[in-house]
Ligand binder design. Structure first.
Ligand code: ATR
Length: 270
């Protein structure tokens, strides 16, 4: 059996082992997928030991996505754009890094939620690691415009600068200056961890706005309730989680799992 893991700190609540076990069963791939808790100051040795033991790859979660990116010998274009990696493949000639978070988000929005992004107004709330990781894929889906708002606006401005060459109308603003009446609003901040409903005013919404929080479970509820109360269509991050996992599975195995039954099973188990 080929071995994989999700490496993070903390990592005990990760749903990735369950998701990849379902993918493996569905596609007949003979793999095992574990959780690996790495010490905060010992990510690299943990990873090297895991790879030296014959493992084929891993997912990376908080707070090691930047460090993982730095350890890779080759990187996909979307990992380069994100400056972070959530997936590594241990190839004989070096480690290959990918970042599947953005593709996971876009696939969830477009395929699962049925909201093709082409021509839409998109508001990305949060310019931290989570926001930066998905921006390139959002741009590739060719919305009419993307506005990035952040508490500290300099981070949003830096993202606009680093992605400006990609050819979509991009702008940065502070949270209070978020534009009104957006088609899609994505919460990529960690404010929900603090129990806040939304970091932006409800005027960013209009009837039918798709309002997605990258979190899932109780952490996302405040934002989802806020969105629903203002006539938006709320969506949590569970679909994104399953879709980013499917992209990683493909990166490792060259096989694309069917995500719909896995998302349904995961939702039923929450
Ligand atoms: P992550 O990897 O989850 O994105 P991060 O890089 O620390 O973590 O980013 C956290 C994001 O949540 C940032 O956009 C942060 O805003 P700042 O860049 O201004 O810090 C945002 N955030 C966290 N707490 C917040 C709060 N109380 N109000 C508004 N934004 C907040």
């Amino acid at each position: 059996k080929d071995r994989y893991a999700v490496v993070g700190n903390p990592v005990e609540h990760s749903r990735s082992p369950a998701i990849h076990a379902m993918f493996a069963e569905q596609t007949g791939q003979d793999i095992v997928y574990q959780r690996l808790l790495a010490p905060l100051d010992g990510f690299e040795p943990s990873l090297r030991a895991f790879a030296a033991g014959g493992a084929k790859g891993c997912n990376i979660t908080v707070p090691f996505k930047f460090e993982a990116f730095g350890l890779a010998a080759v990187r996909t274009e979307r990992a380069e754009l994100a400056g972070a990696a959530n997936t590594l493949r241990f190839d004989a000639n070096g480690w290959a890094a990918d970042n599947t978070d953005g593709a996971g988000l876009v696939n969830d929005l477009q395929h699962n939620a049925g909201r093709p992004l082409a021509g839409l107004k998109v508001l990305l709330v949060g310019a931290g690691g989570a926001g930066a990781g998905v921006l390139g894929s959002l741009i590739a889906a060719k919305p009419a415009q993307i506005t990035i708002v952040n508490r500290s606006v300099d981070k949003a401005e830096a993202l606009v600068a680093s992605h400006a060459h990609l050819g979509v109308a991009l702008s940065a603003a502070t949270l209070p200056d978020a534009p009104a009446a957006q088609d899609v609003v994505i919460n990529a901040t960690s404010t929900s961890l603090a129990g806040a409903a939304s970091p932006v005013d409800a005027r960013v919404l209009k009837p039918g706005t798709l309002a997605l929080d990258m979190m899932y479970g109780p952490k996302a509820q405040g934002f989802l309730d806020w969105a629903a109360a203002h006539g938006a269509e709320p969506r949590d991050g569970l679909g994104m989680l399953v879709e980013q996992a499917a992209e990683a599975f493909f990166f490792w195995r060259g096989v694309r799992p069917d995500t719909a039954p896995v998302l349904a099973a995961l939702r039923a188990s929450l």
